[in-house]
Ligand binder design. Structure first.
Ligand code: IYR
Length: 222
């Protein structure tokens, strides 16, 4: 083990209290506009925007800084078509028999169903994988810590980055999603976490009329 090397904290910025309050409230006002969208436009999105959003996600904290994530970016229409076929197959099973009635009732307000045309319409799919363990160049396994939590945090940052860029996303979770390993050629130490659909909303996009919980419903101050 080499001794830890530290460096000065140079990137940090403190703001005057007024500026801090303004920034905190501006950020909230901005992210509260974010909606999960299921109606996508096929308009092209610059690849560099997707790359920057993924780099932003890659700055997320992770257990022992293992960065246990892989972002597989799909824009090839043939690959998107394969993913759609496989996802819809799982979704048909889910809606027809796998999902308990309670789950179907919970989904009712969202109006979701097994048809997932957005998988082909949207310009980008980002399949996010959790690396349950790492593998060195010599093929040795490296332990990952809090891999799920770490990938959840990175995914949240990716969703925020996509919103900040003026795009919309859909957190799609076909279950089970192992077919993503086959289609995308990912190794067995990688488990699909989420399929993030990214693009512009369709011009006539509709979203469910739902509300977020208020501060006193989600926070306690002790
Ligand atoms: N995976 C299914 C069902 C679904 C599940 C949850 I939890 C949602 O918030 C939305 C949908 C689907 O994508 O339709």
């Amino acid at each position: 083990m080499s001794p830890p090397v530290h460096e000065p904290l140079t990137g940090y910025r403190e703001y005057e209290p007024d500026e801090m309050r303004r920034r905190a409230s501006d950020f909230y006002e901005d992210v509260r506009r974010r909606r999960t969208v299921r109606d996508f436009s096929d308009r092209a999105v610059p690849k560099s925007v997707i790359e920057d959003c993924i780099q932003a996600a890659g700055t997320a904290p992770s257990g022992a800084n293992m960065q246990p994530w892989t972002f597989a970016v799909v824009s090839d229409p043939a690959v998107k078509a394969k993913i759609r076929v496989a996802a819809e197959e799982e979704e048909r099973e889910f809606y027809a028999s796998r999902a308990p009635q309670e789950w179907l009732d919970a989904l009712e307000p969202l109006g979701t169903d097994p048809n997932k045309p957005f998988i082909e319409t949207a310009p980008y799919l980002i399949a996010i994988f959790v690396q349950s363990y790492g593998v060195t160049k010599d093929g040795e396994q490296v332990k990952h810590y809090y891999a799920n939590e770490s990938v959840g945090i990175a995914t949240g940052m990716l969703i925020a980055a996509v919103h900040n860029a003026g795009l919309v996303s859909l957190t799609h979770t076909p279950s089970p999603m192992r077919f993503l390993n086959d289609i995308l050629g990912r190794p067995p130490n990688e488990r699909p976490f989420l399929l993030l659909v990214v693009g512009y909303p369709a011009e006539d996009a509709m979203v469910p009329k739902i509300a977020k919980k208020s501060l006193d419903e989600i926070a306690v101050f002790v």
